[in-house]
Ligand binder design. Structure first.
Ligand code: MG
Length: 212
């Protein structure tokens, strides 16, 4: 095997990003908080890098609203943490084949809280949530942290993602290889990836073919 580990992004890689649902959640929370919360939240520097209540407080949300907002957020994210077709089988297959499987996601604390109740629970050898480690992609340290948890060196790992947060180039900068994923019949989601010179897949099971 060319690699010892396969490390996945989450949004638009293992699960869909539902823009409409995310906007609806944002509107619902903004209506509760009032003022220019939506604007402040969109510029929050902590919502993906700190516990959610820290981020809410920093965005000026009164403590008495935290519980109801956290409940709304969990309800929303519970619906979004649905594996894409073939994802669960592919993760299982990779481990049966002898690969270590990792996750690096830029996410709010909600994802880590809900993770144990998702279909993904127990399928990874290392899970790195930005809200837990206080780092985002493409910070080299977040990739290195995942490799350390897996017990592999970066060149022994390949990263799979849609390319948000400059994550594919970030993976390469620490010495990993990278696989681009985008929807079948569509181009990459992010600028600068049209001419991606590495492997690309349009489904998670496609990763198995690239690794063969
Ligand atoms: Mg993504």
């Amino acid at each position: 095997m060319r690699y010892r580990a396969v490390i996945f992004d989450l949004w638009e890689t293992l699960i869909d990003w539902d823009r409409e649902a995310a906007t609806a959640l944002g509107d619902e929370v903004a209506a509760l908080v009032g003022g220019d919360f939506g604007e402040r939240w969109s510029h929050s520097t902590t919502r993906y890098n700190a516990p959610i209540r820290v981020a809410l407080a920093e965005a000026g949300v009164p403590a008495e609203l935290h519980d109801v907002i956290c409940a709304l957020r969990l309800r929303h994210h519970r619906r979004s943490l649905i594996p894409r077709p073939g994802a669960v089988d592919t993760l299982r297959r990779l481990r049966e084949t002898g690969y270590l499987v990792g996750l690096i996601t830029v996410c709010s604390e909600d994802i880590e809280v809900l993770w144990p109740e998702t279909e993904f629970a127990g399928l990874f050898d290392a899970e790195v949530f930005s809200s837990r480690v206080g780092l985002s992609k493409p910070d080299p340290r977040i990739y290195l942290h995942c490799c350390e948890l897996l017990g592999v060196e970066p060149p022994q790992a390949v990263f799979v993602g849609d390319g948000a947060n400059d994550e594919l180039a970030g993976a390469r900068r620490v010495g990993m290889d990278a696989i681009l994923i985008h929807r079948d019949g569509e181009g990459p989601l992010w600028p600068g990836l049209e001419d991606w010179d590495g492997p690309r897949v349009t489904s998670i099971p496609g990763v198995l073919d690239v690794l063969e």
